[in-house]
Structure formats: structure tokens, C-alpha cells
Design a protein around this ligand. Structure first.
Ligand code: B4P
Length: 190
């Protein structure tokens, strides 16, 4: 099984690259952001709680996100593998993911971090706010909070995979196709 963690700050292009990776490698896409937005659209209790946090740029509690992932792993058990997009976002989530995969005799093949500087991230999210209904992209102070959450809670996840020898990075600035080519050369080297 090919299990890839696609990592990076908000707006780094995780969702954008994931779509291309799943097509090429026939993987199941597991985006916690998309799942949470689905819960919000469905008006579920979980969605209502998540919306309050996401609209402020705050991460949703680990136990909520880990529970969601656990359910989805069974749905894709006969696939070629998963691309984890926007998950894990904390070390506790990374540890839980390892446990969940281990219990299914599987594991993470590698993590790819998309590196993009803050100025470019802000430009991309501001642009997306004009194109899509993403309340978390519309306010500069919410973007600031998301970047802060990333630095404080998510960046240590990169060190977690580095310690396991599973960390790679790709420059996330440039054309989507050029970045995709670099991502593929990392995956093909595993
Ligand atoms: P996510 O949905 O994961 O969203 P994201 O980090 O903002 O976006 P991504 O990096 O996927 O960017 P994209 O490709 O779309 O998270 C949203 C919120 O959900 C979080 O803040 C949090 O509250 C909650 N959440 C999600 N997962 C969680 C978890 N595990 N634990 C707790 N909370 C969680 O790209 C952005 C824009 O850039 C797009 O408009 C795209 O077209 C553009 N773009 C992409 N690549 C480009 C390129 N090369 N050049 C120019 N523009 C590019």
C-alpha cells in the first residue's frame, strides 16, 4: 500500500496536488478539511461545532478528527493506499494515525512537505476567497490565526516524520504541473 501524508501550511497546495496524485497513483483521497466542510454542509452536530472553530482559523479537536479518519480507513481498505491531505495536523494525530494503520498491518510510506512562504500563502488564500465560498479565507485575521496554529501545532509533525526517516520536501512555488512533477519524483523514489 502507498500511504502518503501531504503536508504544508494553509494554502500550500495540498488539496490541489492531492487531486493530481490520486489520479496518477489511484489512491483514496482523505482530506479532513473536505470531510469537515461536508459535515458543515450537511448541518450535522459535528459540523456545527467544527464551523465555529474553522471560521476562527482554529484547529478542530484531535479526538473529533481522529474518529473521522478511523471510519474512512475501513472504507478504503481494498485500495492501493491513501493520500492524507491536511491530516495529521498535530503530533497527537500523527501518533494516532500510526496506531490506526499498524492495527491494519499498514503504515505511512512517506511525508511530502510543500514549502511556500507566508506572503505567497496570503495571496493565494485572498484569491481563493474571491472565487470560492470559504469563510476561513475571507478575513486576514483568520488567515493569521491559521498560520499561527500551523506554526505552533502542525509544524512539529514534520519533525515527527523526520525522526522516522520519512520526511521529504518540495518547493511549493511555481506552476501546479512543475510542482506535481517534483512530488511524483519523490513518490517514485520510495
Ligand atoms: P484545509 O481544508 O486542509 O485547507 P487549507 O490548508 O487551507 O488548504 P490547502 O493547502 O489544501 O490549499 P489548496 O490546495 O486548496 O483546512 C481548513 C481548516 O479545516 C483548518 O484551518 C482547520 O480548522 C480544519 N482542519 C482540517 N483538517 C484538520 C485536522 N486534521 N485537525 C484539525 N483541524 C483541521 O490551495 C489554496 C489555493 O492556492 C487554491 O485557491 C489553489 O488554486 C491555489 N494554488 C494551489 N497551488 C498553487 C500554485 N502552485 N500556484 C498558485 N496558486 C496555487
Amino acid at each position: 500500500m502507498l500511504n502518503i501524508v501531504l503536508f504544508g501550511p494553509p494554502g500550500a497546495g495540498k488539496g490541489t496536488q492531492s487531486k493530481k496524485i490520486i489520479d496518477k497513483y489511484q489512491l483514496v483521497h482523505l482530506s479532513t478539511g473536505d470531510i469537515l466542510r461536508g459535515e458543515i454542509a450537511g448541518g450535522t452536530e459535528l459540523g456545527l461545532e467544527a464551523k465555529k472553530l474553522m471560521d476562527q482559523g482554529i484547529l478542530v479537536p484531535d479526538e473529533v478528527v481522529i474518529g473521522m479518519i478511523n471510519n474512512k480507513l475501513d472504507a478504503g481498505k481494498d485500495s492501493n493506499g491513501f493520500i492524507f491531505d491536511g491530516f495529521p495536523r498535530t503530533v497527537a494525530q500523527a501518533e494516532a494515525l500510526d496506531r490506526l494503520l499498524e492495527s491494519r498491518n499498514s503504515g505511512i510510506s512517506g511525508m511530502i512537505a510543500l514549502e511556500v512562504d507566508e506572503e505567497e500563502l496570503r495571496l493565494r488564500l485572498a484569491k481563493r476567497a474571491l472565487e470560492q465560498d470559504r469563510p476561513d479565507d475571507a478575513k486576514p485575521e483568520v488567515i493569521t490565526k491559521r498560520i499561527e496554529e500551523y506554526r505552533n501545532k502542525t509544524a512539529p509533525v514534520a519533525e515527527y516524520y523526520q525522526r522516522q526517516g520519512k520526511y521529504s520536501f518540495v518547493n511549493g512555488i511555481g506552476s501546479i504541473d512543475d510542482i506535481f512533477r517534483k512530488v511524483c519524483s519523490v513518490i517514485d523514489s520510495w
